[in-house]
Design a protein around this ligand. Structure first.
Ligand SMILES: CC(=O)[C@@H](O)[C@H](O)COP(=O)(O)O
Length: 265
């Protein structure tokens, strides 16, 4: 029996290999202890940090997230949550790079409006161009528009991260055909980012062929975040295996599980 281990099938982002395809956020938890326990249960290796809202050293007198999620064990993915202009997003990324000793991997998020938190695609493109030119490795939060995803890849983003549904909505994948279009044409990793609500949403994203899933609310907002984190870990692994295994075709009519052809007498 061949044992399939994630190490045989790493997620590669900006040349670095990761065993976990589940990336988790660090916001909305009760406290740092719960953040750490859920992150461990998720088996995440990349954790995203909203620089404008999280202390990773900006305020020496406050608890520091890096004390519970140390950079020597996790890849810290600063994100520009709360930014509505390219200028703000670029400034936030530069602050994060200073705080993280020259760390270039970043999650770009430039929002269009506070109600939906949909990306502002014009400002996102502008920020992506500036950040790539400035040496950042940009994983970009975007809409499920396949043309925009292609433009962001052409700019040099190292991963494209289309939303499943609005951030924090938990609605799950709203437009799988757009996601499929993005996945089938991308030459960089595609990760669903935002809107996952429960384990099946994550599994479906992976079964579509996503390279990974980034989520926060579904875990942090669950009644039992640590158990949900474990569920998401298993769902992402199961979805990835199902994608690689190749599902049966859908048929309109029955196909007996013990075929009658060749039946004796
Ligand atoms: C953590 C982070 O970067 C969020 O901006 C991300 O988009 C998560 O969205 P959910 O909270 O819907 O999982």
């Amino acid at each position: 029996m061949t044992a399939f281990t994630p190490s045989d099938d790493p997620l590669v982002i900006a040349g670095k290999r990761y065993q976990s395809r589940l990336l988790t956020g660090t916001g909305k938890f009760r406290d740092l202890d719960e953040t750490a326990r859920a992150t461990t249960a998720a088996g995440a290796q990349i954790v995203t940090v909203a620089i404008r809202r999280t202390n990773i050293g900006q305020n020496p007198d406050e608890p520091n997230l890096l004390d519970v999620l140390p950079p020597d064990r996790y890849t810290i993915l600063p994100n520009t949550a709360g930014c509505y202009t390219a200028e703000d997003a670029v400034r936030t990324c530069r602050l994060a790079r200073e705080l993280l000793d020259g760390h270039n991997l970043t999650k770009l998020e430039v929002l269009g409006d506070p109600k939906t938190l949909f990306p502002d695609v014009v400002q996102t493109l502008k920020a992506a161009e500036q950040l790539v030119a400035d040496g950042f490795e940009v994983m970009v939060y975007t809409s499920d528009d396949p043309i925009l995803a292609r433009r962001l890849e052409e700019i040099g983003c190292v991963a494209v991260m289309p939303l499943a549904a609005p951030i924090g909505s938990g609605l799950g994948i709203q437009n799988k055909y757009n996601l499929l279009e993005i996945i089938e044409n991308a030459k960089v990793p595609v990760l669903v980012d935002a809107g996952v609500g429960t384990a099946s949403d994550a599994a479906i994203a992976m079964e579509l062929g996503c390279d990974g899933v980034l989520m926060n609310t579904a875990i942090a907002g669950a009644k039992d975040p640590v158990r949900m984190a474990r569920a998401m870990k298993l769902a992402v692994e199961a979805g990835r295996d199902a994608f690689l295994a190749g599902r049966i075709p859908r048929k309109r009519y029955a196909s007996a599980s013990s075929p009658v052809d060749g039946l004796i007498g």
